[in-house]
Design a protein. Structure first.
Length: 464
């Protein structure tokens, strides 16, 4: 399919070619057959509908794969995870402590061996990335070094509805330095009547208040609305005003094409269990631009930040690794390295650019079908409808669409779960639906639209 066509044009062209309506399942089947990345789905385990607790077997065929559209919350399990974990358990049982330095992934530096793969996912150099800890731990470690408030420059700029951990981290960092959040946090809201932030408004706040801002700290992708921020432009604007600029890339890593190094981002962190499929609580990532490797030091130090060449001399004289490597505190569990390695190897079978091309069409196809079937119709006021919160501009979103409805969202969510649809609900009123290009298909999207129609009818009936 011509990558320069917008999704609506692509669907119309395929339907004309096949001689069917644009909403026909034949269009989805054609797009799947033409998908050059379809082989990647075979690298993952998809749950069956019958194995999902809320499913109702009277409504669906339990032997079918579920419609898994929640990679924005927890990615599917790569098939190689079990093999890699069992290899390490076997090594532990046979070698004991020697496993630290022996085998295909010696435990003492197992995470180091996958950092180049991680770096390619986020557009960084391998030496700019560390795989360690959890996202919020890494955010705190980075903020301790990059947030250096003074009486004149002590503010942190972030979205009003950033993920709760970002708020809590920023609040506690401010208090830790003797300031108060009410004075030191700038929480940027959308304009009245709008649901997402305008880049021009973000830049205007940076221009107006930048002299008092110590750190600009945004999401890469906003978790609730699915908005993809213009990270390069925000970074440039922050730097012009003398601010450090960092990003929480939890919903962007493995979803959008990132160029953390080329965009000159100062620091970033992300989890790996969403689009990077490492399992709940998987190892997180941290990034510090190489320009800071000799000037930004960790405020907290641990043994794992010591140079590996002399780490085991045990002389208690710190030989700090430069850059992000110096922020390491402790060795990482090999049980967490295994699933992350399995997923990153799948990413290495393609490129983020190729995944993004498929994602634009896949999410655009979802948007097209929603607009076709479920746009609000003033002539039919009782017909249930869907409102898309996420920006319609594909360059301002990843694969997620956040949807609100004319029917009670909790009831609708329950009806979808009964039918083997896995998405997630976020208060107060949104369902997040994320077709992931690694393993979701166009047929998944078409099936979802069918199930959505049934769920809307059931939810609407129960609420009247």
């Amino acid at each position: 399919m011509d990558q320069f066509l917008n999704p609506s044009e692509a669907v119309q062209r395929v339907s004309a070619l096949l001689g069917c309506t644009p909403t026909s399942a034949r269009v989805a089947d054609y797009l799947d057959r033409k998908d050059e990345l379809r082989f990647l789905r075979e690298e993952f385990l998809l749950p069956k509908i019958k194995d999902l607790p809320p499913s109702d077997m009277s409504l669906v065929d339990g032997d079918k794969d579920c419609i898994y559209l929640v990679g924005n919350s927890l990615g599917l399990q790569p098939k190689k995870v079990r093999k890699y974990v069992e290899e390490e358990l076997e090594k532990w049982s046979k070698m004991g402590v020697h496993g630290h330095t022996e085998g295909s992934r010696p435990w003492a530096w197992a995470e180091n061996n996958i950092e180049e793969l991680m770096a390619s996912v986020v557009g960084a150099k391998a030496e700019e990335v560390a795989v360690m800890n959890g996202l919020t731990v890494n955010l705190h470690l980075l903020m301790l070094s990059f947030y250096k408030p003074t009486e004149a420059r002590h503010k942190i700029l972030l979205e009003d509805k950033a993920f709760p951990s970002d708020h809590y981290a920023a609040q506690s960092q401010v208090r830790l330095r003797g300031f108060v959040p009410e004075e030191s946090l700038i929480l940027l809201k959308p304009r009245p009547g709008e649901e997402t932030l305008r880049t021009e408004d973000i830049l205007q706040v940076i221009e107006n208040e930048g002299d008092s801002i110590a750190v600009v700290m945004f999401s890469g992708v906003q978790y609730y609305t699915g908005q993809l921020f213009d990270m390069a432009t925000i970074t440039e604007a922050g730097h012009k005003k003398g601010c450090y600029v960092g990003f929480d890339c939890a919903h962007a890593a493995g979803n959008a094409v990132l160029q953390l190094h080329d965009w000159d981002v100062d620091f970033a962190c992300w989890c790996s269990y969403k689009y990077i499929n490492s399992g709940a609580g998987g190892l997180a990532g941290a990034f510090v631009h190489e320009k800071h490797k000799h000037t930004i030091k960790p405020a907290l130090m641990g043994w794992w930040g010591h140079d590996l060449k002399t780490r085991f001399e045990m002389n208690n004289v710190m030989e700090l690794q430069p850059g992000v490597s110096g922020f390491r505190l402790s060795n990482q569990s090999f049980l967490l390295v295994c699933p992350l390695q399995a997923s990153l190897e799948v990413f290495n079978m393609t490129s983020m650019e190729a995944l993004r091309r498929k994602s634009l069409l896949l999410t655009g196809y979802l948007e097209f079908l929603i607009q076709h079937f479920y746009t609000r119709d003033a002539r039919r006021p009782h017909k249930p409808y869907v409102h898309i919160v996420t920006p319609s501009d594909p360059q301002q979103r990843g694969c997620q669409l956040s949807l609100s409805f004319s029917v009670p969202v909790k009831r609708l969510f329950q009806e979808l779960e009964k039918r083997g649809v896995v998405c997630d609900m976020r208060e107060p009123s949104v369902l997040r639906v994320a077709p992931v290009p690694l393993y979701n298909t166009f047929t998944d999207v078409h099936r979802f639209i069918q199930m959505l129609g049934e769920a809307l009818k059931a939810a609407n009936h129960s609420s009247t």
